[in-house]
Design a protein around this ligand. Structure first.
Ligand SMILES: Cc1ncc(C[n+]2csc(CCOP(=O)(O)OP(=O)(O)O)c2C)c(N)n1
Length: 409
């Protein structure tokens, strides 16, 4: 036995734990002007640096700078702010309803609103979305009725999933929003398959999938990257790094570098972007969508953000991270940042934001009242139990017919 060799195990840790003072100054955040914007058909190998750096547009003072500025018209920025604000207020309302016993469960996306909203704005309505449970902003941006989303969460008679899904796991066929799966990471392979079919048929629709950084430890993600790369499928593969997978810090799934670099091993253009900057997320998504539509294949995108609240209504983040750590997050609050940007351009004001929040709150109150008119969690009406046998097989097999009959007896 040699005394000179000692293997060493690194135990991945969170940067800060409860009662510590979070200080994220160790993060390297380039200024928007430091990151070049390549042509969207650039060879993946020539733009490797984008996987290590970070695309930003809004600087620390919320001025738009640099080559990635998408130069969106003010009307679109205001619409982005409106939908992000609606997403936050919708989450707050449904969270409160859960605490009052009117929902069984809920997942907020607080702090991450810019991702879904900007990406929905940058994609076309015919593009197919394969989301996680934290992209409710996609639905709101695509115009899903609030009442329908709420009925989905209450599991009442108007729930389009007939009470079979956990609240927050939405599905909206007409909006090209694929059913959210409780089995994490399955959507990555599904999106690649859908995109391959779209290209095979010669269509110009592309697919976009999202996965959390924790779920990116699942092998499904790498099957998807391989197929996307081998077949050059027109798909956007978005990894949302919100720092936490319930109580597991991102260091466990990461391996000490950026998540974006994973795409490089598959020869995919791989870009890391400030996920709390609506302009930057929009610009990167447009770049990748344009590439996919022009036949340039997939792009792997790491959206760098922070999960501001608990994982879900079943979680207490104060048990594993400093209280209010979000306020120390150097990339700030996406809603406040866009609001400040627009105020500085004299296109918005605090008073207008207050007015907007008031109007949206009224809309939410009205929608909740209407949603409960289709049934409440406590009193129903709910879908009949026997309906669980429907929609599984085109023609119901004999053994299921027998089981349904037994249930109805
Ligand atoms: C295949 C699978 N493994 C584990 C779980 C349990 N689970 C649900 S959410 C979650 C954390 C996911 O974290 P992350 O992917 O980082 O996404 P986030 O919730 O932070 O958006 C886990 C482990 C699951 N639903 N499916």
């Amino acid at each position: 036995m040699s005394a000179r060799y000692h293997s060493k195990l690194r135990i991945p840790e969170a940067p800060f734990r409860p009662r510590e003072n979070p200080d994220y100054s160790f993060l390297h955040l380039p200024s928007p002007e430091d990151v070049a914007k390549p042509d969207c058909m650039a060879d993946a190998d020539t733009i490797r640096q984008l996987a290590f750096s970070m695309v930003r547009v809004l600087d620390d003072d919320q001025n738009a700078k640099g080559a990635w500025d998408p130069q969106l018209p003010v009307s679109e920025l205001l619409e982005g702010l409106r939908i992000m604000t609606l997403t936050r207020l919708y989450d707050d309302r449904l969270f409160r309803m859960q605490r009052q016993g009117k929902l069984s469960f809920y997942v907020k996306c607080t702090g991450e609103e810019a991702i879904a909203v900007a990406q929905a704005m940058a994609l076309r309505s015919g593009d197919m979305l394969f989301p996680t449970y934290r992209q409710q902003g996609l639905l709101l941006a695509r115009g899903r009725e609030l009442v329908d989303m709420m009925c989905n969460c209450i599991s009442n008679s108007r729930d389009n999933q007939k009470g079979r899904q956990l609240p927050s796991l939405y599905s909206w066929k007409e909006g090209n929003f694929f059913s959210v799966s409780g089995n994490l990471a399955t959507q990555f392979s599904q999106a690649v398959g859908w995109a391959m079919a779209s290209a095979y048929k010669g269509e110009d629709h592309i697919a976009s999938a999202w996965v959390g950084e924790g779920s990116s430890a699942e092998a499904d993600v790498y099957h998807a990257l391989l197929f996307a790369s081998a077949y050059q499928a027109p798909v956007l593969l978005n990894l949302v790094n919100n720092q936490w997978a319930i109580s597991t810090p991102q260091t466990v799934a990461c391996g000490g570098t950026t998540f974006a670099v994973r795409g490089l091993g598959f020869n995919l253009p791989s870009i890391r972007v400030d996920g709390n900057d609506l302009l930057a997320v929009y610009a990167v998504t447009r770049w990748a969508a344009e590439r996919a539509r022009l036949g340039g294949g997939p792009t792997f995108i790491e959206l760098f953000t922070y999960r501001a609240e608990g994982h879900s209504t079943s979680d207490d983040p104060d048990a594993y991270r400093p209280k209010d750590e979000w306020h120390s997050w150097p990339l700030g609050d996406p809603v406040a940042r866009l609001k400040t940007h627009l105020i500085q351009r004299q296109q918005w004001s605090d008073e207008k934001q207050e007015e907007l929040e008031y109007t949206l709150t009224e809309e939410l109150t009205e929608a909740w009242g209407e949603a409960e008119s289709y049934g409440s969690l406590q009193d129903g009406p709910h879908w009949p139990l026997s309906s669980m046998f429907d929609d599984v097989f085109k023609e119901m097999p004999a053994h299921l017919r027998r089981q349904r009959h037994q249930m109805e007896m």
